[in-house]
Design a protein around this ligand. Sequence first.
Ligand code: OSB
Ligand code: MG
Length: 367
Amino acid sequence: MRIKRVEIREIRLPLVHFFETSFGRTTMRRIVLVRAEAGDIEGWGEVTCGEAPFYNYETPETAWHILRDFLIPWALEREWESPSALAEGFRPIRGHNMAKAAIENACWDIEARRQGLPLARLVGGTLEEIPCGVSIGIQDSPEALLEKIARETAAGYQRIKVKIKPGWDTQILERVREKFPHVPLMADANSAYSLRDVERLKEFDRFNLMMVEQPLGWEDLVDHAKLQRELATPICLDESIHSVEDARKAIEIGACKIINVKLGRVGGFTAARELHDFCLAKRFPLWCGGMLESGVGRAANIAMSALPGFVLPGDVSASRRYWREDIVDPEVTVTAEGTIRVPTSPGLGFTPNLGRIEKATVRKESF
Ligand code: OSB
Ligand code: MG
């Protein structure tokens, strides 16, 4: 494929409800979108970084810089045999996986449209419906959290993830379990603890959690392995896993029992599939994480979630939970059974709405 034109833009999208993690509260998303053209086909990708470098070091500014000054000039330079060849071409650039993923995934969308295949099928997805969970941020009160959990379980979501941090952990999990003794439940700490908190973390074992996500350092594997030996609750890694190599090392030393895969964090579909294939061969459980994506990134997450190794409900949920109006048509909806039907039309299967995207755009550059 020869990419003849790339456009990047930043859009601003207000969340319908603030989202708070151990590292802070978000009310307004700043999202960098990539539109690439090859022949007469266009494809879309989303940079999934946060507004500030608190989840990882990428921000909309770093992504813009890396895309404009490195990734796009390289991508335009020559003919690529496949989106994976492009990903291979990006390898000399260290890190910046979310910027890389946006452009590589736009090329996957193009390739799928070119072949007339749903993206999920092109990447090897087999599921027709994917199981969905929700991630519920830290709230202003425990009552507000309980109310949200009641609403999401009533809507059919198959598991509830709550965000935790020191001071919003055991007391909260206690309240949740009191009211919802049987709901499939997990907790995500986003690196808010250290091994000094091991006694606190061991208390989580009494809440029958499916897993505790990323309790320790954002790049750590070794301390997670030490912690896992002390906990009955399975550890799931998110922030620490950037590649199949990280997954191999984490599994080898027992740093986790489950992995949350995010397309942006690992650098796109090529890397995500490598990680997936490695873990599937070991029957090591995966699920698809989320980064408060717009419909473009959400559509890519749905495609990835159709891979057979994604055996646990992901953080991929309905557009409505995030946006008054999503930027794709149709918006992403969830069935009463808490699933999303994988689209059967070519490419992402959701069409970016240019009118709405233009209205939300604050800057744009073409190459
Ligand atoms: O750790 O999974 C995370 C959102 C932003 C940054 C990190 C995380 C999250 C979520 C939200 O948990 C998942 C979603 O609903 O998109
Ligand atoms: Mg997480």
